[in-house]
Ligand binder design. Structure first.
Ligand code: HEM
Length: 538
């Protein structure tokens, strides 16, 4: 597939079709007025002062003054690419989503990111990586907004500002740093022990990927697929890189940060430019949509838990190929707006309390980041399905709507084919019973287990990988200067695995605390031995 197959805008280069040409025989103002001189401002005599009358100077400088938009509050640093997704059709028996039918090709735009650094920060820091995919389907845009780690720090989105405040650079110095290298991060994760699982993945080699091309991607939450008859299946989404899963070692990451802070961006763009198109298989783990939404003792609504692939193999459902670089970073990678609530018929959300808050957060933040409510009109965000919304006006409106402002019901418009509620290929929310209609700020008891999964993960690693984890904890906790915080984090490690705790405590010159929870004997876990493998389609 050449680049012409993957443009979200119909242009062979992927460039927005409404892009201003910025070419031609004459230089002009934004109004099309031909310019005789753009190098000298209009002055009172050769030595000035400059005259306020110089409308070209004022237009040029004013526009420049407003060239930047706010960076994302998280995931500010990223790299994007266009591509195509070809569905195998293997999920067609459990979802009516048209783009998952056999051999359907759908253009995509992917943005990879770090989480905590600012737009100009370095690529190879120890951090989680974002892995967002926009599928421009015939039935509307579907966004899979995932990470390269299958679990998350918190179970309830109300804590998202807390974890981000604790992990971002401190406000006094604003020094970009790895998320783990300060006291507030360790304070938060040792107090909120539900964060221990994600932290363990960050301390592992997964926290410093070799390349965006060698990362797995995870939807993290459990989603719900819906077939043509309305039957539902719970699923977790996985991206499996055809390039394999590879990481850097810490020393490499440090040297690369110094020598080439754009290492991951460059790697992705260079590979695509050279025709070495990276590929990922999209896979799903499937679970029966039972009343309790548990699988093998794991609460599927708890986003701090993953389901080992040995218990639920990942079944491949399609292949994504990234085959074109953005033409304009700002227009595409910066202005793209992903949202877990961009759904298509056949894919629905669940009551995962982290996902539920995300459904509010993304649209809200994009209204301020992209300057008002009309950012779906920006070329990279435009759906490739017909749009007949009822939205009007607002900041940065570019459409010229005609006729009366739309309202429904309406008996005067000559009988629009629009039928509210009719299933003309429309999205229908899955009806779901509300279990307990008692207003409360409380988690289910199944969310209380915070240590079994980091233990499962740690014990599944090879000795070399475990050694990297020990070194990472020792190094990062060595940067945590509050002794009580270090001690509390060691206690969390004691509750995960005694050998891990002892090794890190030794490195820090502190005594290893006794576990306060039941810790099963250390033995290699079979459950994760298959992690990272691609399974055949069932
Ligand atoms: C970006 C909020 C959890 C993955 C963002 C942005 C916000 C946000 C405000 C910036 C969006 C923009 O400016 O366009 C939240 C909240 C969360 C949460 C409130 C928890 C309640 C997660 C989780 C994942 C995730 C669990 C992974 C499964 C991402 C990614 C981006 C992002 C990949 C970058 C999207 C891009 O490349 O433009 N998040 N997030 N977030 N979030 Fe989250």
């Amino acid at each position: 597939q050449g680049p012409e197959a993957v443009s979200p805008t119909g242009s062979p280069t992927g460039a927005p079709e409404h892009s201003r040409a910025q070419s031609g025989q004459y230089l002009t103002t934004a109004q099309g007025l031909r310019l005789a001189d753009t190098d000298h401002s209009l002055k009172a005599g050769p030595r000035g002062p400059i005259l306020l009358q110089d409308h070209h100077l004022r237009e040029k400088i004013t526009h420049f003054d407003h060239e930047r938009i706010p960076e994302r509050v998280v995931h500010a640093r990223g790299a994007g690419a266009h591509g195509v997704f070809r569905s195998y059709g293997t999920a067609a028996n459990i979802t009516r989503a048209g783009f998952l039918a056999k051999d359907v090709e759908t253009p995509v735009f992917v943005r990879f990111s770090t989480v905590l650094g600012s737009r100009g920060s370095a690529d190879t820091v120890r951090d989680t990586r974002g892995f967002s995919t926009k599928f421009y389907t015939d039935e509307g845009t579907y966004d899979l907004v995932g990470n390269n780690i299958p679990v998350f720090f918190i179970q309830d989105g109300i804590k998202f500002p807390d974890i981000v405040h604790a992990a971002k650079p401190h406000p006094d110095r604003e020094i970009p740093q790895a998320q783990s290298a300060h006291d507030t991060f360790w304070d938060f994760v040792s107090l909120h022990t539900e964060a221990q699982a994600h932290t363990m993945w960050n301390m592992s080699d997964r926290g410093i990927p070799r390349s965006y091309r060698t990362m797995e991607g995870f939807g993290v939450h459990t989603f719900r697929l819906v077939d043509a008859e309305g039957a539902t299946t719970l699923v977790k989404f996985h991206w499996k890189p055809k390039q394999g899963v590879h990481s850097l070692v810490w020393e490499e990451a440090q040297i690369i940060n110094g020598m080439d802070p754009d290492f991951h961006r460059r790697d992705l763009a260079d590979a695509i430019e050279a025709g070495a198109y990276p590929e990922w298989e999209l896979g799903i783990q499937t679970f029966p949509d039972t009343e309790d939404q548990m699988f093998e003792g794991i609460d599927l609504l708890d986003p701090t838990k993953f389901v080992p692939e040995e218990l639920a193999p990942v079944q491949a459902i399609g292949l994504m190929t990234l085959n074109a670089n953005p033409v304009n970073y700002f227009a595409e990678t910066e202005q793209v707006a992903f949202h877990p609530g961009h759904l298509v018929p056949g894919i629905d959300v669940t009551n995962d309390p982290l996902l539920q808050v995300r459904l509010f957060s993304y649209l809200d933040t994009q209204i301020s980041r992209l300057g008002g409510p009309n950012f779906a009109q920006i070329p990279i965000n435009r759906p490739q399905a017909p749009v007949n919304d009822m939205l009007r006006d607002g900041m940065h409106q570019t459409a010229v709507h005609s006729g009366v402002a739309p309202y429904r019901p309406n008996s005067l418009d000559g009988g629009c084919p629009f039928k509210a509620g009719a299933d003309l290929g429309s999205f229908v929310d899955v009806p779901e019973a509300v279990a307990e209609a008692i207003k409360q700020r409380k988690n289910p008891a199944s969310f209380d287990d915070h240590f079994s999964q980091p233990r499962l993960f740690f014990r599944s690693l090879t000795p070399v990988e475990q050694d990297h984890v020990i070194q990472a904890y020792t190094f990062e906790l060595g940067k945590c200067y509050e002794k009580p915080v270090r001690e509390r984090q060691l206690l969390a490690l004691a509750n995960i695995d005694a050998s891990l705790c002892a090794a890190v405590a030794r490195g820090l010159g502190l005594p290893a605390p006794e576990a306060t929870e039941d810790v099963p004997d250390a033995q290699p876990s079979p459950a994760l031995s298959q992690l990272g493998k691609t399974w055949p389609v069932a």
